[in-house]
Write a protein that binds this ligand. Sequence first.
Ligand SMILES: Nc1ncnc2c1ncn2[C@@H]1O[C@H](COP(=O)(O)OP(=O)(O)O)[C@@H](O)[C@H]1O
Ligand SMILES: [Mg+2]
Length: 318
Amino acid sequence: MNAAPINEAEIDWPDEEERRTIARRLFTYSSHALGAAVQVDRIMVNHPNFKEALASCDRVFQLSRELTTQQGVIVSGPTGSGKTALIRYFRNSLPRSNLFELGHGALAVRLSKKPTVGQLVGGMLRQIRYPFPQVNEKTLAVKRNVLIDALRQKGTRLIFIDEGHHLMQQSRWRSHSEDGNSVTDCVRELMDEVPLGIVISASEELNDLEGVDQHLASRISAKHSLQAFEPGPVWLAFVRAFAKQSKAFDLSLIAEKDEALRLQKATAGNLRAFKRLVTEGVLVAADGGARGVELGHMHAAFDRVYGKDAGLGNPYVG
Ligand SMILES: Nc1ncnc2c1ncn2[C@@H]1O[C@H](COP(=O)(O)OP(=O)(O)O)[C@@H](O)[C@H]1O
Ligand SMILES: [Mg+2]
């Protein structure tokens, strides 16, 4: 069987680190345990900052076709704070509508480290299943018009641009026309011509969108940030809501106040670290035939996630 080509623009494609974790887990655990962990891995909590950012995306989605001045949003936050998860959540929770084709109301692209306008246009054409998505400098103008027409027809209202901090490294294509040769030029054109709303999610490296493209920056109306959680009531509420959603597997241990705080310490309140540790705990527990996570499972899970010799000190000792 031929391996499918990796589509860099597909935001659900796991990165290198995630791939290694998945491979290790497939090798280590029974299918029963993996099944239990998948359920827990899917749990999403609508915590306050997440909710606010979602509401902002919703607003842009609702208005993008109605307003003449286009609206954009930036969601910024460190790695593991939930930026990509927000995009996935939004797209999965869009109701069916006859205003847009199923699955095409909001598209999402992930920028590569040195994004070009060809990758952006090609990535989006691929998502709408256009049969000839390859773009080069000669075909750019034509393909961009094809894309604009297609997005109009499908009723697309919003585009998410993930890993938006890579815009700092965007390169410009040589071309006859003055404009429209960089990723940000193209994003602006799509916003104005389709028209479309835009949500850029980025790490804090994108501190100077003005410097990259002031015309695009002027179309950004709202900024939201997702952060690691401090040890406090918001974290506690998050962990409890998370544990409560786990129906098949008992996570009541982590909902206890002291345990929730210990988890904050073990993960520095980072959601990626949190999910990795908790799902590992579920894997260990389910593999051992348990129906709920206990302290011993969390101890083993921490060692497996971070390695015994990481020198971090296992917080689940004693
Ligand atoms: N609101 C949330 N509820 C539950 N899990 C979340 C939430 N936000 C993020 N996560 C989880 O945290 C992990 C990291 O999130 P991700 O969106 O990949 O971070 P980022 O894109 O900011 O680097 C993912 O496993 C994701 O499922
Ligand atoms: Mg991400």
